[in-house]
Ligand binder design. Structure first.
Ligand code: PGA
Length: 277
């Protein structure tokens, strides 16, 4: 849990940049929406300062509205161009956003999954969460084993996303989205959520049962998911104090791991590892 949405953006960008620095050829899964905007802003800043280069990185976006062309200002392809791709040294041939105008979605979705697999799979998948608990556009009731496919949006999602359009009538009702099963195959997942309107979904997916009614709850099965929340989004968590205690322990373990080798008395012996759920 972090103090502000800005801190969530900063920390998320640091984790993404660390992934790229460790493996310049990595594959990133990217998300759209209001929440990741700050993270992309931070990544652009880090790139401009010379702290990170994306020149060998491959990206796959989670989803796209059906019916919107790549140059439509509300399409997710356009969003990614304006908010990240145009500002960093990503190779446009390696930036993949699902096609909102595919003719045959069955074969298109299969080819998106094939491409993902051929690229080696996603090393780090960035996710937001919908107020209905969706990840990608995997609305309540989506199979937790689902793959990339078409999905009808709920009225709640249409209402939530209407703020990006001139009127609610213009919000597409259909989207192409990676499935929950596709997302779960990412080696590491980073979910970010900010603001009090996410507090209910956050509590449900972390502390509720695993259910297709809250598709983010499937992340409870994933061995390497990091969740970054601001205070407002974390507000309804019942075990908040415990999670903060675990965070402190984690920081201590990391600090100890960085201590010089000579701290080898039994008391000072370095412990490696992490506190994991
Ligand atoms: P938001 O959307 O970041 O615009 O709130 C998140 C999502 O629907 O995944």
């Amino acid at each position: 849990m972090l103090d502000s949405a800005e801190e969530v953006s900063r920390r998320a960008a640091e984790l993404i940049a660390e992934t790229v620095q460790r493996n310049p050829d990595c594959v990133l899964g990217l998300a759209t929406g209001g929440t990741p905007l700050g993270t992309y802003g931070e990544l652009i800043r880090m790139y401009r300062e010379g702290a990170v280069s994306f020149s060998r990185v491959t990206t796959f976006n989670l989803d796209e509205y059906v019916g919107l062309s790549a140059d439509h200002p509300q399409s997710y392809r356009y969003f990614m161009g304006v908010n990240l791709f145009q500002h960093v040294d990503l190779d446009s041939n390696r930036c993949h956003v699902p096609d909102g105008l595919a003719e045959d979605y069955d074969s298109y979705c299969t080819s998106y999954e094939d491409l993902l697999r051929k690229s080696g799979g996603i090393d780090l998948q960035l996710l937001g969460i919908g107020t209905d608990g969706h990840i990608g556009f995997n609305e309540p009731g989506s199979s937790l084993g689902s793959r990339t496919r078409l999905k009808g949006l709920t009225e709640q999602t249409v209402r939530d996303n209407a703020r990006f359009f001139d009127s609610i009538e213009q919000v597409p009702r259909l989207a192409v989205t990676m499935g929950v099963g596709t997302i779960l195959e990412a080696r590491r997942i980073l979910l970010i959520a900010t603001g009090s309107n996410k507090a209910g979904a956050v509590r449900s997916f972390i502390e509720g049962p695993i259910t297709s009614q809250i598709t983010a709850s499937a992340l409870q099965l994933h061995p390497a998911t990091t969740v970054l929340l601001d205070r407002a989004a974390a507000d309804w968590l019942q075990r908040k104090e415990y999670y903060q205690h675990v965070e402190r322990l984690q920081r201590e373990i990391e600090l100890r791991a960085r201590e010089p080798e000579n701290a080898s008395s039994p008391k000072g012996r370095r412990r490696k590892g992490s506190t994991q759920k």
